[in-house]
Ligand binder design. Structure first.
Ligand code: CTP
Length: 412
């Protein structure tokens, strides 16, 4: 039995260690066994930072959570219906759940859940490297529970499923496998890769919301383009939509996107679907159940792409660029500026993003009324004309704007 107590001492903050020790003691006093599980165990062994602590108790999580909150003075939120509890300590979140076994009635369905032991709880997990636990009970503190040889797979840098039906039971694991593989610089173990290729169509059994969630997790990784590239090679991306591509073009655009602003999943998604037709895009949005603002944004990308040729005229006035781009979100304009091959179109899009969209006229409605303009649609038109004049640099100061308004009023 391997013991990770010294690794915990070395890699976890003292305060957190004391909390985990106390949690193990309280559990033991209640006759329950407590374990640290999942991603945090993997990352502890790898020496990677992880602020999400998952604890599993063989017994009753809410009962332990209440007693632990009393003993530690920490605040806890308990969800009785799900048998879970959450402690927040600054950036750290500590989740406590009851050990459970899961059975899948049909592929892709949410599993039937029953209380179980730590072995059952590890068996329901996705990959061997995520299916390890560390005992927190005082008598066995630090002991590694590793029934699927996760530690060896960590050393050999392999992503391995626990059984042949894993991807059938839960096809989100297909996307998760690629995410861990690229994040950690690991490889899919041979049989895992074969099954993944054979069973990739099981993604059809997963709801749009769950697929979208996995895609969002991919887009939050440091280099999502690597995962999408791998997904294309393995035929996984095409399962989401046959026309999606994760090739070199996309990688280059993602690189450029990161150079201009912090990574933005909505911008990445815009680039991912940039090469789809509007009909293909509609199918993808429906498949991923993308609605609301994000859906509007993504539709705008393709609508603007269709309008880009009108931005190719080098003599286009600044106000013309503004008028054309104003209806579009900054994300849609940014996506098109990254994706377009034409230097003129790109420079017009960048001019809008960096300058034109911030231009405001000095005079507002109240000013204009003070100058004798009647409230109503005419006032709106004067405001628009003022803004255009400002955009085209005919006026720059308040006085110049006032002079222009006076001249318009005289000409009426
Ligand atoms: N898990 C699983 N199958 C899934 C989702 C999660 O088996 N479809 C298990 C894994 O053991 C995982 C744990 O639940 O380690 C927690 O899930 P999650 O927070 O998604 O994973 P982490 O490993 O913490 O990953 P990350 O580092 O990406 O947060």
């Amino acid at each position: 039995m391997q013991n990770l107590a010294s690794k915990m001492e070395e890699r976890l903050p003292q305060e957190l260690l004391s909390f985990l020790r106390l949690a193990g003691e309280v559990a033991q006093a209640q006759g329950q066994k407590l374990y640290l599980v999942g991603g945090v165990v993997r990352d502890l062994i790898l020496g990677r930072p992880n602020l999400d602590f998952d604890l599993v108790v063989e017994g009753d999580a809410p009962r332990l959570a209440r007693q632990l909150a009393r003993a530690s003075g920490e605040k806890v939120v308990v969800h009785h219906r799900f048998g879970t509890a959450k402690f927040h300590r600054g950036d750290l979140s500590i989740d406590l759940v009851t050990a459970r076994s899961e059975t899948y009635s049909r592929p892709g369905a949410l599993p039937k859940v029953e209380p179980g032991e730590i072995g059952d709880d590890l068996f329901r997990r996705d990959f061997s490297i995520n299916a390890m636990a560390i005992a927190l009970s005082p008598a066995s503190l630090g002991e590694l529970v590793d029934p699927y040889r996760g530690r060896v797979d960590l050393e050999q840098r392999l992503i391995r499923i626990l059984h042949q039906r894993s991807f059938i039971d839960d096809a989100t694991r297909i996307l998760r496998a690629l995410r861990y593989e690229q994040r950690l610089g690991f490889q899919l173990e041979e049989a895992t890769e074969r099954l993944l290729r054979e069973q990739k169509s099981m993604l059809d059994t997963i709801s749009g919301d769950r697929i979208r969630h996995e895609l969002e997790l991919i887009l939050k990784e440091e280099q999502p383009e690597r995962i999408l590239y791998r997904a294309e090679i393995l035929g996984v991306l095409q399962e989401l939509h046959p026309s999606l591509k994760g090739n070199g073009w996309l990688a280059e655009k993602f690189h450029q996107a990161r150079r201009i602003s912090p990574p933005d999943p909505a911008l990445y998604l815009s680039l991912l679907l940039y090469r789809l037709t509007e009909e293909e895009n509609e199918r993808l949005l429906a498949r991923l159940n993308i609605v609301g603002e994000l859906g509007r944004n993504l539709r705008q990308v393709l609508r603007l792409k269709a309008e880009l040729p009108s931005l190719a005229d080098p003599a286009l006035p600044r106000s013309g660029i503004y008028r054309l781009l104003k209806p579009y979100s900054p994300t849609a304009v940014t996506a098109c500026s990254l994706a377009s091959d034409s230097p003129i179109i790109r420079s017009h899009l960048e001019l809008y993003l960096n300058d034109l969209r911030y231009v405001k006229s000095c005079l507002d409605g109240e000013h204009l009324m003070g100058m004798g303009v009647m409230a109503g649609p005419g006032l709106g038109r004067i405001l628009e004309a003022l803004l255009e004049a400002k955009l085209d640099e005919w006026v720059s100061t308040k006085e110049e704007e006032e002079a222009m308004v006076r001249q318009w009023l005289e000409e009426l």
